[in-house]
Design a protein. Structure first.
Length: 292
């Protein structure tokens, strides 16, 4: 707590996003009688358990029902969390990545698996998609490499002709060594390499670089979704965008905050995002965000 001040929701101001989401998730779970556990540590992770066939505390209810009934989407629930063996919880279950309150994948699925999201004209216009678009989670664009093969890494979501990288509390966009980045066939064609940051022979923002390369190779657009409370991630995006040579390609690259996206979402989903994540549309914040 900072100087004893609290927001209207009773959450202290001045907290980092991970701590804020922990407090919100615990309160959210208790208010609804949801099954959850916390890891040990100064800032414990909140983990939600699946509660029957149609409810999981980490997902909006209508969205989860659709996820549970869609074999392709429900397979995503089995995605292993790399930290589960290090962070045991009282229930000691084999928890998954999308059980964690900080999961950007769970947030993404809550939004785009909701039955009304893609019917929103505002969402369609904002993302440049049609109502017929269907989300594919964990999509592999197979971006071309110099050896004639395709990259095997995943993009968080493909929606029509839009590729999406989603972030919430992740610390950065990962980094990669020069050797890994230089494998990509179009790397020096697309980027003015001198404009990209390089630290200790590693390029920061690897996920952004590979997303731009995937959009170029496929002719798709590429968008980053992140939280307005993470200005450092927004700055990282613009540092990569600045290095893109092609104006036409830049026009297919965009950044959108969860807060901006929430403006066009159905009311029940907006309420879920506001209570569990503190994600609320703000026209002031939207207008103040830098544009290219």
């Amino acid at each position: 707590m900072v100087d004893g001040l609290q927001s209207r929701e009773g959450i202290p101001f001045g907290l980092d996003l991970r701590t804020e989401l922990s407090l919100r998730s615990i309160r959210f779970a208790k208010a609804r009688g949801l099954v959850y556990e916390c890891t040990d540590g100064g800032t414990p992770s909140v983990l939600f358990c699946r509660d029957g066939e149609e409810r999981h505390g980490n997902f909006q209810e209508l969205s989860f029902r659709r996820i549970a009934n869609n074999p392709e989407w429900s397979r995503r629930l089995a995605k292993v969390h790399t930290s589960w063996t290090r962070y045991r919880v009282r229930a000691n279950w084999n928890w998954k990545e999308l059980d964690c309150a900080y999961s950007s994948d769970a947030l993404l699925m809550s939004i785009f698996c909701h039955p009304e999201t893609l019917r929103s004209k505002c969402v369609q216009a904002t993302l440049g998609i049609t109502e017929e678009a269907r989300p594919q989670f964990g999509f592999k664009p197979r971006t071309p490499l110099l050896n004639g093969r395709g990259d095997n890494t995943e993009i968080d979501m493909k929606l029509g002709h839009l590729l999406v990288e989603a972030k919430l509390t992740e610390s950065d966009f990962q980094s990669a060594g020069i050797g890994l980045i230089s494998r990509y066939r179009d790397f020096e064609t697309i980027f003015d390499v001198s404009e990209l940051s390089l630290h200790d022979q590693r390029y920061p923002n690897y996920q952004l670089i590979r997303g731009v390369l995937a959009a170029y190779a496929s002719g798709d657009s590429f968008a980053v979704f992140c939280d307005a409370r993470r200005p450092e991630l927004i700055d990282n995006w613009y540092s990569v965008l600045r290095a893109v040579r092609s104006f036409e390609l830049r026009c297919r690259l965009k950044l959108l905050t969860w807060q901006e996206l929430s403006a066009g979402l159905p009311t029940d989903l907006q309420s879920f995002l506001a209570e569990k994540y503190g994600i609320v549309f703000s026209s002031v914040a939207s207008q103040s965000k830098r544009s290219w």
